[in-house]
Design a protein around this ligand. Structure first.
Ligand SMILES: NC(=O)c1ccc[n+]([C@@H]2O[C@H](COP(=O)([O-])OP(=O)(O)OC[C@H]3O[C@@H](n4cnc5c(N)ncnc54)[C@H](O)[C@@H]3O)[C@@H](O)[C@H]2O)c1
Length: 269
């Protein structure tokens, strides 16, 4: 159902790889709510994923960009403004990749050049996107910039590996850049901390199925699905949340405030 919450707004959605991607659902909901968008992903993801189908379905142009490349980001942002017919109102950063996780390196046996690549792709790219947007004066006043994160930034989840530090860095960029962008242009910057979700990035984490089930039981509302995360993103892009900035917002069915859940204890004799 559409309430036209994003009517007249323009945005860029990073990170739709396939139908499972959280960004895929966000793109669908933004268009349903009246927004005009461009889609982007790394050139390699355009070849292996199915983003072209999404582009056709939503009548949205796809502009390849490696989010670690300032040159690619400049091209993406400039072209998006041309195609969409003006400055942007929202941006979704939905990007995560850990080289050490992918290569199955233990946290205590990390390769540091891979770790730096992980930080560059998963966190520093967020700073790069915002810095480039600011430099090009690409975002309207009261615009909204969001990134997706995970609670491993605050608590220890051993199999999340170096992504934990990536997310801590990402959330810190949201606060620090959120100050500067807010003071200069009234642009708000937030992160949404999402439940475990069945996607390519999510299911790459060791023991994901067991962990998904654990989090589902621990959360009084159950794990938040990707569609609900997309709804939350829409509200954060809308004018109904204009004074929310520099926040890490939990979207996790209550998981983050739980200590113990009877659902995980064995039945008493
Ligand atoms: N799935 C989960 O359990 C979960 C939970 C909390 C937060 N998140 C976060 O949500 C975001 C989206 O992940 P997802 O779960 O939808 O998985 P996904 O695999 O569908 O999305 C990750 C995206 O990052 C893109 N990407 C990787 N390297 C890139 C680069 N150099 N330049 C541009 N794009 C690049 C990939 O192509 C892919 O589209 C990530 O930040 C992830 O950490 C996921």
């Amino acid at each position: 159902m559409s309430n036209n919450l994003l009517a007249g707004k323009r945005g860029i959605i990073f990170g739709a790889l396939d139908e499972q991607s959280i960004a895929w659902k966000v793109a669908e909901k933004c268009v349903e709510q009246g927004a005009k968008i461009t889609l982007t992903n790394a050139p390699v993801a355009l070849r292996f994923g199915t983003i072209n189908e999404l582009g056709k379905k939503l009548n949205a142009e796809i502009i390849p960009a490696d989010a670690t490349s300032e040159e690619d980001l400049e091209n993406l942002i400039t072209k998006s403004m041309e195609i969409l017919g003006g400055k942007l109102d929202f941006v979704l950063h939905s990007i995560g990749m850990s080289v050490n996780v992918r290569k199955k390196r233990a946290y205590t046996n990390i390769k540091y050049d891979w770790m730096q690549k992980t930080f560059d792709i998963s966190a520093i790219s967020f700073h790069k996107v915002m810095q480039k947007c600011m430099e090009l004066d690409a975002v309207n006043d009261w615009g909204s910039i969001m990134a997706l994160t995970y609670i491993a930034a605050q608590r220890t989840f051993p199999d999340y590996n170096e992504m934990a530090e990536s997310k801590a860095l990402l959330e810190s960029f949201a606060r620090s850049f959120g100050y500067h962008y807010g003071a200069a242009k009234k642009v708000r910057v937030n992160t949404i901390s999402q439940s475990p979700t069945w996607t390519t990035a999510g299911s790459g984490v060791k023991g994901f199925k067991e962990f998904f089930d654990y989090a589902d039981k621990m959360s009084p509302l159950g794990n938040a699905p990707a569609e609900a995360c997309a709804d939350y993103c829409v509200t954060m892009f809308s004018d109904l949340t204009k004074y929310v900035t520099m926040q890490n917002l939990y979207h996790d069915g209550g998981f983050s405030n739980m200590g113990m859940s009877p659902a995980l204890l064995p039945d008493p004799e």
